[in-house]
Design a protein around this ligand. Structure first.
Ligand code: HEC
Ligand code: HEC
Ligand code: HEC
Ligand code: HEC
Ligand code: HEC
Length: 405
């Protein structure tokens, strides 16, 4: 069942929807203008008459409209009110009479095959506005509306909708119209998330597997260290900005992410749901992440190559090792490719002395956070010497290649 595949996961929005429900009901109470679908159809009929003549208006048959797509379990009656969706000429009207924006998008996802809720969320079969938009208590998948985007301080009306787009477009590298998701995917490539997490089928195991991260309910998250709005969305944004503030003792690094970065990664993480859409609904039947051969080799090198020890032990959380191409997501400490030399100048010690009897930050880290056996300490020393030799060789080679000016 598609509905069950996507439902519940968006409980995070419930809280927002609750607030909104109160606000909207209050507003409607004051304005006393709640139209039901009959009224909307009448208004729409008049609009058609005005613009295209009585004959055209009469051809618009009244009554409940429904888009039923069995394969994806969609029963959407949104068009009962939103009658103008596929019409030309109502671009400037108000909702629900308005023509759908971005018509190329609806051409590649025809409403007869997709309905509305696959992208928008909401309660497809409901005929009352609040219920249809999902702002009702028992419904756990409210429409990803402008109002909710506003609640989350997102500067885009369609950003939350991208969460649903990516259930189908998950394995694409980049998809037109998915600004936040595209940015999030780019960050996953550049911030070494896969050194610690399995994402789309590959990666490391230091952190949890993120394959079904979007299925996680707000109830499944620990909010005890979070101030403010207790929703999964806010949990993720806060966690991305400062992991240990939300999960004490987490070794997930603070990656100096902006609010936009954190929102993009949140929307991406929450889009990672189990999809039970038939293959015809997956672009190009793609079941695997799009990656270049270089990226696959790079990931393998990171997780299994010469520097794998430093990934596994978590050193790379703070240190890059540039000669092996290891880039730290936080770069809190110096590049270890030069440690052999640098430790002498900075600490007046050999590398061996420093690792066995560290001072400063590393004294704390190696006595509390990362405990190494003597054997492992030797491994650090030997490997870092190797990394330094390689770095020197790389420098020499660069010098030779540099053109004479
Ligand atoms: C009973 C009539 C009715 C039904 C049924 C209905 N809508 Fe609406 N919809 C409205 C009205 C009226 C507005 C304009 C009020 C507003 O903007 O809040 C609106 C506005 C919207 C908007 C723009 C506002 C925003 O926050 O983004 C979207 C998107 C939308 N509806 C989608 C849907 C979807 C999807 C469905 C089916 C699940 C649906 N509607 C079913 C009446 C309806
Ligand atoms: C392929 C995904 C997709 C499908 C299917 C889809 N929409 Fe949308 N819809 C969007 C996106 C994305 C936006 C925001 C576009 C923008 O703001 O440029 C949007 C915007 C809207 C708006 C807001 C218009 C406005 O500017 O206020 C309404 C109303 C709406 N859709 C209703 C529907 C209805 C009703 C259906 C089903 C008949 C539907 N949509 C099907 C993706 C979709
Ligand atoms: C239920 C699955 C599903 C959802 C949800 C969905 N898409 Fe698609 N989309 C597809 C499929 C399948 C195609 C390929 C259509 C074809 O070429 O026949 C496609 C095609 C496209 C294309 C045309 C280029 C391409 O990649 O083939 C774009 C752009 C696109 N989708 C963007 C979006 C955006 C933006 C959203 C959300 C607002 C969205 N899609 C939601 C399944 C989906
Ligand atoms: C050094 C390893 C490391 C790196 C790099 C890392 N993480 Fe994590 N991540 C963890 C660990 C450990 C946890 C579990 C503790 C926690 O929640 O902070 C975690 C937790 C998470 C969670 C929450 C999982 C849950 O449901 O509790 C998400 C989502 C996440 N990481 C995404 C990312 C993304 C996206 C990136 C890259 C931008 C990233 N991580 C980079 C180690 C890492
Ligand atoms: C939480 C961050 C963090 C982690 C994790 C970490 N380090 Fe460090 N490390 C630092 C900082 C910061 C410095 C800079 C020294 C200082 O300011 O005291 C440093 C310095 C060093 C130095 C000296 C480098 C130089 O150029 O002077 C070495 C060697 C070193 N660390 C090795 C390691 C190894 C090996 C691991 C994993 C077992 C590791 N570090 C894990 C933060 C970290």
């Amino acid at each position: 069942m598609i509905i069950s595949a996507r439902s519940k996961a968006d409980t995070f929005l419930l809280f927002a929807a609750g607030l909104l429900l109160i606000a909207v009901t209050g507003f409607l109470f004051v304005s006393e203008e709640v139209r039901d679908w009959n009224d909307h159809q009448e208004v729409f009929g008049n609009l058609v008459a005005e613009r295209f003549g009585e004959e055209a208006a009469e051809a618009v048959s009244p009554g409940i409209r429904q888009i039923w797509v069995e394969e994806i379990d969609v029963v959407d009656r949104c068009t009962t009110c939103h009658m103008g969706i596929t019409w030309k000429g109502f671009e400037e009207e108000e909702n629900p009479y308005k023509t759908h924006p971005d018509m190329p998008l609806l051409r590649s996802h025809p409403v007869e095959q997709y309905g509305c809720t696959v992208c928008h969320g909401g309660q497809g079969y409901a005929l009352e506005e609040q219920a249809a938009h999902g702002y009702v208590k028992h419904w756990e998948e409210p429409m990803l509306s402008k109002a909710i985007a506003g609640e989350y301080l997102i500067k885009s009306n369609s950003a939350l909708i991208e969460m649903n787009c990516n259930v189908c477009h998950r394995y694409e590298r980049e998809t037109a119209g998915m600004t936040f998701i595209n940015h999030g995917k780019e960050l996953v490539r550049t911030k070494a998330c896969k050194a610690c997490h399995i994402i789309n089928g590959s990666g490391g195991t230091i952190g949890p597997d993120l394959t079904d991260e979007g299925e996680k309910h707000a109830e499944g998250l620990d909010f005890s260290n979070l101030t403010g709005f207790k929703s999964a969305f806010n949990w993720h944004v806060s966690h991305f900005k400062n992991p240990i503030a939300v999960v004490p003792n987490s070794i997930m690094p603070d990656m100096n992410l902006s609010t936009y970065d954190a929102q993009a990664l949140t929307i991406l993480s929450m889009s990672w749901k189990r999809s039970e859409y038939p293959v015809a609904y997956i672009p190009d039947f793609q079941q695997e992440e799009e990656r270049t051969p270089e990226e696959i080799a790079e990931e393998k090198r990171l997780l299994e190559g010469d520097g794998a020890f430093f990934i596994e032990k978590g050193c790379f959380v703070c240190h890059s090792i540039s000669s092996w191409g290891i880039i730290s997501p936080s770069e809190k400490g110096p590049d270890l490719a030069d440690a052999e030399q640098d430790v002498r100048t900075r600490f007046g010690k050999t590398l061996e002395e420093f690792i066995f009897k560290p001072t400063g930050t590393m004294e704390i880290i190696l006595s509390s956070q990362i405990i190494l056996s003597d054997e492992e300490k030797w491994e650090v020393v030997n490997k870092l010497r190797e990394a330094y030799r390689l770095k020197q060789a790389q420098r020499a080679e660069q010098q030779i290649q540099r053109p004479v000016e």
